[in-house]
Design a protein around this ligand. Structure first.
Ligand code: NAD
Ligand code: UDX
Length: 456
C-alpha cells in the first residue's frame, strides 16, 4: 500500500503548514488541501506569498516551492477525497459552547461532518488519518460513521496527532521530536510511517494503539500547560517575597530531570490548544468518574485565568487605582511571538479588563490586523473612555500614555529605543513587562518605572 494522492480536509494553522511540508519532502505525492471556507482557500492560492492566511516563519518559501507542482488548495472537497488514497482530517475541534459538556467537551461537529463527507465521496481503499486533536476513543465514532463502506469502498482509521507549535511550525514539522501514529491496521500504519520516514529518522516514528495515540496528544498539552501554570504560580510568589522567577527558573531548569524549556513566566498561556485540550481532558475524566483527576487538571486552567486577570489588576493598582480615561499602550496582541493567531491570547482578557476600567488602549502588534482585534474584543476601534485604537508602532502606542504593557514577546519589543518612547509618554510613566522581555536597564535609565513578571 503506497499512497500517491493525499487529501487534507481543513486548510487551517495545522492543515496548511503540515501538508506543505509533506508536499515539499515527497515530490512524488500529490497533496490537495481542501476547505469549505472559500476566502481561506483563495488566500492560500494568493500569488503574493506574504498574504497567506497563516503567518509562520519559513512557510512562504515552502509553499512557494510546491504550490501548483504537487501542492494544491481547493474548495472541491468531494473531488479531492474521491481521488485520494489517504485523507487527513485536520478540522477545528473547539470547546463546545452549548448543550452537553458546554464549556469543556470538544465540539466534534466538524469532525463528524468531514467524516460523513469522506464516507460519501471516497473510492477504493482509503486510509483516514485523524490529524485534529480529539477526545480519546473518537476513532471509534469515525469508524462507525465510515461504516463498512459501500461496495468498492473500505477504510482504515489512524490517529496521527500534530505536535507543532505556532511560530515554529515549519521547524517543528521538518525536525519533529517524534511523529506518533496510532492504529490497528499494520499495513496502514506502515503506509503513513513511510511518508514521514522520507525525512524523519525511524526511531522518532512511534507506533501505538489508537487510544494511546489520541490520549498522548491531550496529555502532552496538559503537561506543557501545567509547567506554565507552575512557573506562573511561583512568579506570583517571587513578587511577594523578593525572589526573581527568571533566576528560580534557571536554577531549577539546570536539573536535567526538570529541564530548562517551558519555564518562562508570562501573562498566562494562550493559543487554541492548551485550554481547550485540558478542559476536554477534565471532561473525559469526570465522564469516567475520576473527580480528583479532573480537579487536578482543572486547576491548571484556573491558575492561568487568574494570572491574566492579575496582570490587569496590578496595572490598575500601580496607576493610582484608576485607569479611567488614561492612555495605555498594549505591546502585542498575538498569543505568542511569530504568529498572527490571537485565539485565547492573554492580551484579550487583559485588554477587556482594562477597557472595563475605562482605559484608552493603543495596541500595536506586528502581525495582527484591526479587524481581528475588533472581533476578539467585540468592539470596533474608537475614542474616549473604554476604547481602543491600533497604533502604527511602539512610539505611537506610547504617545500620551501613562503605561506600556508588554504582552507578547515579539523581538521588536526587546529592541525598543527607550529614550524616544519615554519622551512621548505622560509622567510618571510605567512599563509593565508581563513577558520579562524588555531591556529593563535601558527602560529604567530612560526614566520609566518598571514592573517585571516574577520580580520581587
Ligand atoms: P483552524 O480553525 O485554523 O482550521 C480548521 C479548518 O477546517 C478551517 O479552515 C475550517 O473552515 C475547516 N473545516 C471545518 N470543517 C470542514 C469541513 N467539513 N470540510 C472542509 N473544511 C472544514 O484549526 P487548526 O488550528 O488548524 O486546528 C485543527 C486541529 O488541529 C484542531 O483539532 C486543533 O486542536 C489541532 N491542533 C492545532 C494546533 C495549532 O497550533 N493550531 C497544533 C496541534 C493540533
Ligand atoms: C502548543 C504545543 O506546544 C504544541 O505542541 C501543540 O501541538 C499545540 O499547542 P502553541 O499553543 O502553538 O503549541 O504554542 P506554545 O509555544 O506551546 O505556547 C502556548 C502558550 O504558552 C503561549 O501563549 C506562550 O506564550 C505560552 N508560554 C510558552 C509561556 O507562557 N511560557 C513558556 O515557557 C512557554
Amino acid at each position: 500500500m503506497r499512497p500517491r494522492r493525499i487529501c487534507c480536509i481543513g486548510a487551517g494553522y495545522v492543515g496548511g503548514p503540515t501538508m506543505a511540508v509533506i508536499a515539499d519532502r515527497c515530490p512524488d505525492l500529490t497533496v490537495t488541501v481542501v476547505d469549505l471556507n472559500a476566502a481561506r482557500v483563495a488566500a492560500w492560492n494568493d500569488p503574493d506569498l506574504s498574504r497567506l492566511p497563516v503567518y509562520e516563519p519559513g512557510l512562504d518559501a515552502v509553499v512557494g516551492r510546491c504550490r501548483g507542482r504537487n501542492l494544491f488548495f481547493s474548495t472541491a472537497v468531494e473531488q479531492a477525497i474521491a481521488a485520494a488514497d489517504m485523507v487527513f482530517l485536520s478540522v477545528n475541534t473547539p470547546t463546545k459552547t452549548r448543550g452537553l459538556g458546554a464549556g469543556q467537551a470538544s465540539d466534534l461537529k466538524w469532525v463528524e461532518a468531514s467524516a460523513r463527507t469522506v464516507a460519501e465521496a471516497a473510492t477504493g481503499h482509503t486510509i483516514v488519518v485523524e490529524k485534529s486533536t480529539l477526545p480519546v476513543r473518537t476513532a471509534e465514532a469515525i469508524q462507525a460513521i465510515l461504516g463498512s463502506g459501500r461496495p468498492g469502498q473500505s477504510f482504515s482509521v489512524l490517529s496521527n496527532p500534530e505536535f507543532l507549535a505556532e511560530g515554529t511550525a515549519i521547524r517543528d514539522l521538518e525536525e519533529p521530536d517524534r511523529v506518533l501514529i496510532g492504529g490497528a491496521d499494520p499495513e496502514a500504519i506502515e503506509a503513513l510511517a513511510a511518508i514521514y520516514a522520507r525525512w524523519v529518522p525511524q526511531p522518532r516514528i512511534l507506533r501505538t494503539n489508537l487510544w494511546s495515540s489520541e490520549l498522548s496528544k491531550l496529555t502532552a498539552n496538559a503537561f506543557l500547560a501545567q509547567r506554565i501554570s507552575s512557573i506562573n504560580s511561583i512568579a506570583a510568589f517571587c513578587e511577594a517575597t523578593g525572589a526573581d522567577v527568571s533566576e528560580v527558573a534557571r536554577a531549577i531548569g539546570a536539573d536535567t530531570r526538570i529541564g530548562e524549556k517551558f519555564l518562562q513566566a508570562g501573562p498566562g498561556f494562550g493559543g487554541s490548544c492548551f485550554q481547550k485540550d485540558i478542559l476536554n481532558l477534565v471532561y473525559l475524566c469526570r465522564h469516567y468518574g475520576l473527580e480528583e483527576v479532573a480537579a487536578y487538571w482543572e486547576q491548571v486552567v484556573r491558575l492561568n485565568t487568574w494570572q491574566q486577570h492579575r496582570i490587569a489588576r496590578l496595572v490598575v493598582t500601580r496607576l493610582f487605582g484608576t485607569v479611567t480615561g488614561k492612555r495605555i499602550g498594549l505591546l502585542g496582541f498575538a498569543f505568542k511571538a511569530d504568529t498572527n493567531d490571537t485565539r485565547e491570547s492573554p492580551a484579550i482578557r487583559i485588554a477587556r479588563d482594562l477597557l472595563e476600567e475605562g482605559a484608552q488602549l493603543q495596541i500595536v502588534d506586528p502581525k495582527v490586523s484591526e479587524q481581528q482585534i475588533t472581533r476578539d474584543l467585540g468592539l470596533p476601534p474608537g475614542e474616549g473612555e473604554g476604547s481602543w485604537q491600533l497604533a502604527s508602532g511602539v512610539e505611537a502606542a506610547a504617545s500620551g500614555a501613562d503605561a506600556l504593557v508588554l504582552v507578547t514577546e515579539w523581538d521588536v519589543f526587546a529592541r525598543i529605543h527607550w529614550p524616544a518612547v519615554v519622551a512621548v509618554m505622560r509622567q510618571p510613566a510605567w512599563l509593565f513587562d508581563a513577558r520579562g522581555r524588555a531591556d529593563e536597564t535601558a527602560a529604567r535609565a530612560a526614566g520609566l518605572r518598571v514592573w517585571r513578571i516574577g520580580q520581587g
